[in-house]
Design a protein around this ligand. Sequence first.
Ligand code: FE
Length: 229
Amino acid sequence: MDTTRRGFLASTVAATGAAATRDLAHGAEGEHDHAHQALPSDPALRIKSLESLLVEKGMIDPAALDAIVDTYEHKIGPRNGARVVARAWSDPGYKQRLLNDADAAIGELSYGGLQGEHMVVVENTPKQHNLVVCTLCSCYPWPVLGLPPVWYKSNAYRSRAVIDPRGVLRELGLRLPADVEVRVWDSTAEIRYLVLPERPTGSEGLNEAALAALVTRDAMIGVAKVRLS
Ligand code: FE
């Protein structure tokens, strides 16, 4: 038992190291070099321990867990949000519905449910840039963005996004002119925010599918702009 737990902890630490390495590689590209939490929290470790035990005792099917993880990695992810954004860019009526009642408009594309019961869409304009954070933990609109990235859950992002949003954006590679107002939205278990980014100039001839392909997760959190290719 003791050995099993040690073995489990060792593999968890190794997995965390691999994840951190991936994230740092991403950081080098995106100039996003703030500190990350290196180890999972104690509750996360406990959940992993429980999962290992339940699988070991045959009480849950690892394949079922894989299916759930696959759903969140591949089916409920930022591609859904990108479709919502592309629809809003292409259809002014839809955009209005989206800004007035995000849950209903997002539901028109059949997205919704867990962790997306009360979504609010905030629109970026040439004069206002919106940035989303969860200062308390990691609240995030799962149905349209999937699971939050590691940096979104980091202490550094959660605290600094409200103290110095422009500085955080600059470190993430986004420099905003001084006359652009930055608004920070604090997601909670009650309300989860999604940014409607500005449609890039030069994208006028693109259809909805091509537009959706341009929209990134980071743009929908508000730490990046949507660019043409
Ligand atoms: Fe949270």
